[in-house]
Write a protein that binds this ligand. Sequence first.
Ligand SMILES: [Zn+2]
Length: 243
Amino acid sequence: MHNQYLSFVDHWHEIAVVWSQVALYSAIAIFLYYNIMVLKCKRAAAKHQYMSKREIQYYWLTALTLCISLIFYLNSIMVWENTPEAELIWLFKLFVSISIGLAIAIFTNRYFYIYHPFNLEKKLQKLRFRPRVSPVTGQKMHLLTEDEEDVHLTLDMIEHEKINAFEYDVWIDDSSGYKLIEVYKGNLYLDICKKCNYRTAHETKEEIILDDYDLLVQKLIKHYRCYYCDHEQTKTAKLVIEG
Ligand SMILES: [Zn+2]
C-alpha cells in the first residue's frame, strides 16, 4: 500500500502538469467562446444585451479555470523540486498550492463582481450610443432625447421605461424619416447603490403587492443588495390593472 502511494506521488508531478494544461486550454476555450458569441451578435442592441448579461460570468469562469491551472502547475513544480519523502510533506505542498490558488481566485472574483462592472458599463455605453447608419440613405442617424422619443413609443413601452423593465432608444434618419427603435433590458444586470454609489447593486427579489387604497393598482417592488457594501434598497413602481 505504501509503495503504491509512493509510486503515485512519484508520478504526481506529471499528472499535475497534464491537468494544469487541460485547465489552461479550457480557460482559453471559454474566453474565445464568449468573444465569438459577442461577434455573432450583429445588432448593437443584441451585442449590448449579451455582454451585459454574460461578460462578468464568462470572465470569472475564465479566471477561475486559470486559477485551477495555476494550482496544478505550482503543485507539480513543488513536488518535482524535492522528491517527497513523507506523505505529510506531499500533503503540505498540496495545501500550500491550493491556498495560493484560492487566494488568487477570491481576489479575481471580487475584482470581476465589484470593479469590472465599471469597465463593462463604459463599454456598454459606448456601444449603445455609437452612431447608427441608416440602411435607406447610408447617413448617420440621430438619437432622440427621452422627451422627444415618447411620441414614437406605445403606451406600454412608456410604462416599461417608467418601471425600468425596458429602455427604448429611438434613432431617426432625418432625410428619409427611417426610424429604428432599439430595446434594452432595464437595470442591465446591476444598478447604482445609493450608499456607496458603485454600480454593484444586484436584484435579489421582485414582488407585486396590492395597493392598500386602490384595488385597481398594484405595486411592483424590486429589491436590491449591493455586492460591495451589502446595502439593501428597493425600487417601487405602480402597475395599473386593466379592465
Ligand atoms: Zn453599496
